[in-house]
Design a protein around this ligand. Structure first.
Ligand code: ATP
Length: 267
């Protein structure tokens, strides 16, 4: 699978414990995992086979992390479909690649099929270029999603909802659509705790998490991870023993002044 180029097997190192916030998504996925793990019983009871979920939203807010944690929770392999590689140069190649990828995923099922940046594959629809290929690909994908009854749970992720064809959002394709936003003040606290305890567990108790959260309005989970990483490195380089609130606030001050700079240019 790893060598096929279109599908990549992703190692399952992350669990839901590593995701701060996204509580609705996490509890929805947990319910689906319960169904998936007891599929025969669930079918007998009248429950449908879970098809999949579409997660749309801000970059760096945990969409990829959720795909990995979902497969971890389901206890099944995670296959990432590389949309960039799927699109071929020759007539019919993209559709053939899509069929191959789906066939492979179904042969490996039960598995989670993660379609990252799904908007990219269908970007040509309606605006020339690869429009014809994109429309056919999209049609094939929708038909498969609608008719599929294999234990292939699809997690599709997208950054830009405006680029998604409306048909994708219609009922019957995905079981649910979630919008992921920048973390709230409470969510930021949890994200700081996760990333500090990953690196400096013993320092966590003496750190003022609320103060960090209060000073990071507008930061994504990935931004917070970056701040923690840099703070830990600074402490190491200056040959001190412990990470403190001040170390992290110093990095926050620098990053926010940088984003202020860009804000003016972006206006
Ligand atoms: P992109 O669309 O840019 O791929 P994404 O939404 O998929 O972004 P992730 O790849 O999941 O974002 O996040 C990048 C990293 O940021 C994660 O590996 C994780 O370390 C950190 N991160 C993001 N969101 C969270 C969160 N909610 N809780 C904990 N860590 C987070």
């Amino acid at each position: 699978v790893q060598k096929s180029g279109i599908l990549e097997m992703i190692p399952l190192n992350e669990s839901f414990k590593e995701i701060g916030g996204l509580d609705n998504l996490k509890s929805w996925v947990s319910n689906k995992a319960k169904v998936f793990k007891n599929m025969n019983k669930a079918l007998e009871f009248g429950v449908d086979i879970p098809k999949g979920v579409l997660v749309v939203g801000m970059p760096g807010c945990g969409k990829s992390l959720n795909a990995k944690a979902t497969a971890h929770l389901f206890g099944i392999p995670l296959l990432r479909l590389d949309m960039g590689r799927l699109l071929g140069k020759y007539v019919g190649e993209s559709e053939a690649n899509m069929r191959k990828a789906i066939k492979l995923a179904e042969a490996i099922s039960p598995c989670v099929l993660w379609i990252d940046e799904i908007e990219k594959a269908f970007a040509g629809i309606g605006d020339g270029g690869n429009a014809e290929v994109a429309t056919r690909l999209f049609g094939n994908f929708l038909t498969w999603m609608q008719e599929k009854n294999s234990a292939t749970f699809v997690v599709a992720t997208a950054n830009d909802i405006s680029k998604l064809p409306p048909e994708l959002m219609r009922k019957g394709r995905f079981d649910e659509i979630f919008y992921v936003d920048l973390p709230s003040i409470e969510e930021r606290k949890k994200i700081f705790e996760i990333h500090i305890s990953k690196r400096r567990k013993n320092d966590l108790l003496s750190i003022n998490i609320s103060e960090l959260s209060n000073n990071t309005d507008g930061y994504s989970g990935a931004d917070i991870e970056g701040v923690v990483k840099e703070s830990v490195e600074n402490v190491f380089v200056s040959e001190r023993d412990n990470l403190t609130t001040k170390d992290i606030l110093d990095v926050i001050k620098n990053t926010s002044s940088l984003s202020e700079l860009f804000k003016d240019q972006l206006k």
